[in-house]
Design a protein around this ligand. Structure first.
Ligand code: SAM
Length: 252
């Protein structure tokens, strides 16, 4: 009885290990997913950048409505608090529909970049309505088309969940930021509340398929991995939202 139970369990373990291994290698050799080393496998199980772009391209006109409730409940307040600290030449990475625009001071010299043309189009209209001057560019956060040390402030809001390689994107933000410049992040990730964490596990797959959004990434861990010098971390709304202030260089 004991021996057959043991044999059964062993079979289950071997089978599940084989499935997992097959999945790892399938992803490794799929086009657009060879971003990361095997140790980053946890981050790799996502849509390709092209697929993410396509999702946002068709979602752009509804994005603000979809995000409206959470924006009203918490995110709007967090944006306002963080972005008033932006100064000088500012780069907004993954600017999306330009929801940050109203929160920057008039003195900021703004540049925004996003991978998705339709999101940029909404941002362009919003900037015009607000009377804000901004240079908008299409590009990839993981390979920013700017020289090293170009900006005083680099901002990223709610995008680290989406980039196929968030560590690379953060390293790029670090590169284009001036030595004494600041990096301001408002992101969502794994909740510190057990119940919500379990809920995140349940919706994880759906969110990944819908928008390539990883609901439970370890944001602080990613920022540390990218080598930024963290000044402060604030966790809000059951730890789901993270407000992080960082320096690009460790010797500042
Ligand atoms: C959840 S939205 C956040 C938009 C905006 N930052 C905000 O706070 O509302 C994510 C944005 O990231 C953009 N994005 C996804 N992958 C990108 C990449 N590799 N480089 C630049 N932008 C990207 C999408 O097009 C989308 O506009």
């Amino acid at each position: 009885m004991c021996a057959s139970l043991f044999a059964f369990l062993r079979k289950c373990v071997v089978r599940s290990w084989r499935c997992e291994a097959r999945e790892v290698f399938k992803n490794l050799f799929l086009e657009g997913k060879i971003y990361l080393s095997l140790s980053d496998y946890g981050l790799m199980n996502s849509l390709t950048q092209k697929e993410i772009g396509q999702k946002y391209q068709s979602f752009a006109s509804n994005y603000d409505t979809w995000e409206g409730l959470i924006e009203w409940v918490i995110v709007g307040r967090l944006r306002r608090g963080l972005l008033r600290e932006a100064k000088g030449k500012v780069l907004d990475v993954g600017i999306g529909t330009g929801k940050n625009l109203r929160h920057y001071s008039d003195e900021c010299d703004l540049t925004g970049i996003d991978y998705t043309p339709a999101m940029l189009e909404v941002a362009r209209k919003r900037a015009k309505n607000l009377g804000r001057r901004i240079v908008l560019k299409r590009g990839d956060a993981q390979k920013l088309p700017f020289k090293a040390g170009s900006f005083d402030t680099v901002v990223d809001t709610l995008c680290l969940c989406t980039y196929p390689n968030p560590v690379k994107a953060l390293q790029e933000m670090k590169r284009v930021c001036k030595r004494d410049g600041q990096i301001l992040l408002l992101e969502h990730g794994e909740s510190s509340n057990d119940l919500l964490r379990r809920l995140q596990q349940r919706v994880k797959k759906k969110q990944l398929e819908r928008l390539g959004c990883h609901v439970d990434r370890d944001i602080v861990g990613l920022v540390q991995k990218a080598g930024l010098k963290i000044l402060s971390v604030e966790r809000r709304f059951f730890g789901i939202f993270c407000v992080i202030r960082a320096y690009a260089k460790n010797d500042v």
